[in-house]
Design a binder for this molecule. Structure first.
Ligand code: SAH
Ligand code: SF4
Ligand code: F3S
Length: 478
């Protein structure tokens, strides 16, 4: 049958989002087209199992897909990502419409497998093996311009086995990608219109510290594995790259050279997501995080010294087994001391096979929820305060699209509010990654990548005039 339509639903972290985007491009390159859920033949769910909730979501989504594709006899489902790696072929028995399961390392082979499944209706495939090497994937640049803000994988997997975490089991051992391949992909993206690049990895700054990295070392590297700091310097030096970011670093592997890079690399953005998880040494030790609060605060101080305007954000787990009221208070105190501009916080969730799942001292769900609410209340106020502090400052905004809601101007938005007749509402991000809305004069000419996008991918000088709950509003500076 000739129906080659697909739909992808993505859960989880930026690595999954990046994998899904690559897969979509690879399928389009093979002649597939995107279709809405319920209309597509191939229904792909890219899954996350970091907590119980996202895992459960997969099962309800598969039920929804089955409902939506009732009238499409050839339709089938594909499960990728971390729940696929965790449950594996179990999906085939529980959900007959699932015909392919693939894990992180299997994604490189998924496009070929999907093609085969379309041609051979009785077939089922699982791609769950971990590869020894970094699974390099074919470059699948869009034929047109790439988004102004692009993501590049530099490593896979994790060797840390934090007590609560399933990622080392679902993503396998740490494997660094060859530095040359990283720099080449970044250079191609910049050539095609990317202005900002975010380097991705589960422990992005542990880059270079594995056997795979040593294997990639070339004579040009002096025969030694390229370090994360060296990679940052190489990518930052690409002509035309306006902004560089990376996510997610692990505090235990923040080298002094990486801290220095915040002071020396102009295009390295002054914002860092640095997961703290807890402010209590006792809990950090039980979590197996391999740093204590003295070390964490020392990194924070040195980052602030290298780049005084740096903003930090973090991840926190509330209610790890054995967490006392005092441990939790310590977390709140540490959060205030650092002054995180934002945080992602979660109730501890048991994950099968992890060390923490076997620990005594589990907290009641209600207790965890109450602590989480207290923490988030503080964070919401503090985040709003950080945004309010930006009002009146000058900044630069990288424009990444037209605003969805034209109501950003005072008084309802039909007047542009900036005295610009026929102005267009655009959205973008400041160097801290904060979303900023700005009204700009209509710009019919072509964008930097030649497309009819007008302001897309341009960086404009803006004065911030208003802080909303989660975003800022600015006006163009003359
Ligand atoms: N590699 C990153 C984080 C990856 S997982 C790091 O080391 O920080 C993303 C976040 O999910 C973690 O930072 C943690 O806060 C949260 N998380 C992971 N396992 C969890 C669990 N079992 N329960 C609750 N939150 C969890
Ligand atoms: Fe999970 Fe810890 Fe690895 Fe992060 S460092 S992915 S929290 S095991
Ligand atoms: Fe989730 Fe896997 Fe990412 S568990 S957070 S999708 S690495």
């Amino acid at each position: 049958m000739s129906d080659r339509t697909f739909h992808i639903l993505t859960f989880g972290c930026q690595m999954n989002v990046n994998d899904s985007e690559w897969l979509a491009r690879a399928l389009v390159a093979r002649g597939f087209t995107q279709a809405p859920l319920g209309k597509a033949r191939v229904n792909i769910v890219n899954t996350c199992s970091v907590r119980d909730k996202p895992e459960q979501k997969v099962y309800s989504v598969l039920g929804r897909i089955r409902q939506a594709t009732r009238k499409l006899p050839d339709a089938f489902a594909v499960v990728g990502g971390c729940v696929a790696q965790q449950i594996g072929a179990g999906f085939f028995t529980r959900f007959p419409q699932v015909r392919l399961v693939f894990g992180g390392d299997g994604s490189a082979m998924a496009p070929q497998a999907i093609e085969r499944l379309c041609a051979e209706p009785g077939l089922r495939v699982s791609l769950l093996d971990f590869s020894e090497e970094y699974p390099e994937r074919d470059a699948q640049l869009q034929s047109g311009p790439v988004p102004p803000s692009a993501f590049v994988n530099i490593m896979q997997g994790c060797d840390n086995f934090c007590a609560y975490c399933i990622v080392p089991y679902t993503r396998g051992r740490q494997k660094s990608r060859a530095a040359d391949a990283v720099v080449r992909e970044c250079a191609e993206l910049v050539e095609h219109g990317a202005r900002e690049i975010t380097l991705l990895g589960q422990n992005v700054n542990s880059y270079g510290q594995d056997a795979e990295a040593a294997r990639h070392a070339t004579t040009a590297d002096g025969g030694k594995a390229v370090t994360f700091a060296e990679l940052l310097h190489r990518v930052a030096a690409l002509p035309g790259l306006a902004r560089l970011r990376f996510v997610t670093p692990h505090p235990k592997d923040i080298a002094p050279e990486v801290i220095d890079a915040f002071g020396t690399l102009d295009n390295l953005c002054p914002r860092l997501h640095l997961p703290m998880q807890s402010g209590s040494d006792r809990i950090l030790k039980a979590m197996g995080r391999k740093y204590d609060m003295a070390r964490y605060m020392d990194i924070v101080q040195r980052l602030k010294a290298a780049r005084p305007d740096i903003q930090l954000s973090t991840d926190i787990i509330v209610g790890f087994p054995g967490e006392t009221e005092q441990d939790f208070e310590d977390t709140l105190v540490a959060m205030r001391a650092v002054g995180f501009a934002a945080s992602f916080s979660f109730c501890y969730s048991d994950r099968p096979g992890t060390r923490a799942a076997m620990l005594p001292g589990k907290l009641e769900a209600a207790e965890k929820a109450a602590r989480l609410a207290r923490l988030q209340e503080w964070q919401n106020d503090y985040t709003e305060q950080c945004l309010r502090n930006m009002v009146g400052t000058d900044t630069e905004v990288l424009l990444d699209g037209m605003s969805k809601k034209p109501d950003m101007a005072p008084g309802g938005g039909h007047d542009d509010g900036a005295g610009i007749p026929g102005g267009e509402s655009w959205q973008g991000r400041d160097p801290y990654g904060q979303p900023v809305n700005v009204v700009l004069p209509a710009r019919p000419e072509r964008g930097p990548a030649g497309g009819p996008e007008g302001w897309l991918g341009r960086i404009v000088p803006v004065t911030i005039v208003e802080a909303k709950k989660h975003s800022l509003r600015g006006v163009l500076r003359a």
